[in-house]
Design a protein around this ligand. Structure first.
Ligand code: FES
Length: 117
């Protein structure tokens, strides 16, 4: 997989959002000042929108299991690789954002991730 470099200090749109150690300890962390979450998923970091695409439940209260984020309200789940919704739900996929680990920090890019990135 091609990994785009993070340009720290320029205006590339990347922001540091939390410590890696905190994310590992908490699994799901709210991004302060943004309606986004970062998630520790089996050794990888994922960034996504905070509101469930179904009826906007707070996904920060959800659970991560086997690569999926489960909504706390109606239990739809989202694949953390591509945001796809579990079968039977009419909702759009979960929006994902590029995320990287650098210098013990989690960095996210504020543009929604495009398929294949
Ligand atoms: S609000 Fe998340 S599944 Fe309904």
């Amino acid at each position: 997989m091609y990994a785009r470099p993070i340009s720290v200090g320029d205006d590339a749109g990347w922001i540091a959002v939390c410590d890696l150690d905190r994310l590992k300890a908490e699994t799901i962390v709210r991004v302060v000042g943004r309606d986004l979450l970062v998630i520790w998923n089996d050794g990888d970091v994922v960034a996504c929108e905070r509101a469930c695409p179904h009826e906007q439940a707070d996904l920060a209260l959800g659970q991560v299991t086997a690569g999926r984020l489960r909504c706390p309200r109606h239990a739809a789940s989202f694949d953390l690789r591509d945001g796809t919704t579990s079968a039977g739900w009419p909702s759009r996929p979960l929006r994902l954002y590029p995320a990287r680990i650098m210098g013990g920090q989690i960095w996210i890019e504020m543009q929604e991730r495009q398929p294949g990135r």
